[in-house]
Design a protein. Structure first.
Length: 169
């Protein structure tokens, strides 16, 4: 019995000694969730879409007009309806949004304003993107007598509606 005890004690001592000589190895850490540092804001006369902290919010603006004066195009009141409220996007959606931002060349548009001049009647559209250390804010003032939105702006606008539609379904 004594010999068995000594054997177990020496075996345990060898295990402890070997365990102490194994260098500490840190396990690989999973990559951070893509798109968590991304801020994407789209605003039109009728909608606001915000992607921030990996979540999407969609607010619809409802224009109310004076029924007694149907010829007046200016709304008497604008209310809001939250369609999506901080719905988490999955990694695939965030990665696809990041890739669209990079491939659209939106961040490299030379100007910050396009479309009709400030003194003309126009519908304002705005896209603001912050990703990593890059930030770009572009306004497009829509008026049919002036040039259409630049292609990168139009591509981002189209993509954001595709993403909103996908999440809302």
């Amino acid at each position: 019995m004594n010999q068995l005890f000594l054997f177990c004690l020496s075996f345990f001592a060898v295990l402890v000694a070997n365990a102490q000589t194994i260098p500490y190895q840190e396990l690989p850490r999973p990559a951070a969730r893509p798109g968590m540092d991304l801020v994407f804001q789209y605003e039109s006369p009728r909608d606001l879409v915000l992607v921030k902290n990996g979540k999407i919010t969609h607010i619809s603006k409802i224009h109310h007009y004076d029924e007694d004066r149907p010829w007046v195009a200016t709304p008497v009141h604008i209310s809001q309806q939250t369609v999506l409220d901080q719905v988490p996007l999955n990694g695939t959606q965030l990665q696809a949004l990041q890739e669209m931002i990079q491939s659209s060349d939106f961040l490299y548009l030379p100007l910050n304003e396009y479309g009709a001049p400030q003194d003309e009647r126009a519908y304002p559209y705005h896209i603001k993107i912050i990703t990593g250390d890059q930030e770009k804010s572009v306004f497009f003032y829509s008026n049919p007598t002036y040039a259409p939105a630049p292609v990168p702006f139009a591509r981002m606008e189209e993509y954001v509606w595709k993403l909103v539609t996908e999440v809302e379904q």
